[in-house]
Design a protein around this ligand. Structure first.
Ligand code: SF4
Ligand code: SF4
Length: 159
C-alpha cells in the first residue's frame, strides 16, 4: 500500500472526493477508508494505545507502526493485508470493526463518513448497488435502499 495519510474531512480532496457540499451519511462500516489510508498517530496517542494493549511503547512501535515513514513526533499505523493493522475484517454478515475504536487516533475521529467521500460512494455502489444524487438522495432499487437503511439502523442498535 502507498503511504497515504488518512485525511480529515476538512482536508479531503474535493476533486477526488466526489460530490461537492459534503452530505452526511451514517457510516455503514465497509472499512474502505481504513484500507485506503494510514492514519498518523502522535506519541501521546501511541502511548495511550500501547498502554491499553498492555505493551511497552517500543513494542507497540515495532508491531504496529510503519517503519517506512519518518516524521519527528508522528507515526503512521502499519498495514496488514492492505488494511490498517487494527481493522478486523467483516465476517459472517458482521461489518468491519476497529479493534481500538475507543482509542482510535484523532485522524480517524476527524474522518466523517459522507457522500463527499469517494470511499463511501465506492462502497455504497460496490456493496449495495446504490448511488447518491448531488443533493444526497440515495439512488437505486427501492428494495436495495430499504435493505441499506435497515442495515444502518441495525448498526445504530449495536448490530
Ligand atoms: S485505527 Fe481503526 S478507524 Fe483508524 S484506520 Fe485503523 S481500523 Fe480504521
Ligand atoms: S468508507 Fe465511509 S462508510 Fe466505509 S467505513 Fe469509511 S466512513 Fe464508513
Amino acid at each position: 500500500m502507498d503511504l497515504k495519510r488518512k485525511r480529515s474531512r476538512e482536508a479531503a480532496d474535493r476533486p477526488e472526493g466526489g460530490l461537492p457540499g459534503g452530505t452526511a451519511i451514517a457510516c455503514f462500516r465497509c472499512g474502505l477508508c481504513c484500507m485506503r489510508y494510514q492514519p498518523p498517530v502522535t506519541v501521546d496517542e501511541a502511548e495511550a494505545i500501547a498502554a491499553a494493549l498492555e505493551m511497552a511503547l517500543d513494542e507497540f512501535l515495532d508491531r504496529y507502526v510503519d517503519d517506512r515513514w519518518f516524521e519527528p513526533g508522528v507515526f503512521l499505523l502499519d498495514t496488514d493485508d492492505d488494511a490498517c493493522v487494527f481493522l478486523e475484517p467483516a465476517a459472517e454478515g458482521r461489518p468491519v470493526l476497529c479493534r481500538i475504536h475507543g482509542l482510535r487516533p484523532q485522524a480517524c475521529r476527524d474522518w466523517q463518513p459522507g457522500l463527499d467521500k469517494k470511499e463511501c460512494l465506492e462502497a455504497l455502489e460496490r456493496d449495495w448497488g446504490l448511488r447518491a444524487s448531488p443533493s444526497g438522495k440515495l439512488l437505486g432499487p427501492r428494495e436495495g435502499v430499504g435493505r441499506f437503511r435497515a442495515f444502518v439502523r441495525s448498526l445504530d442498535r449495536g448490530g
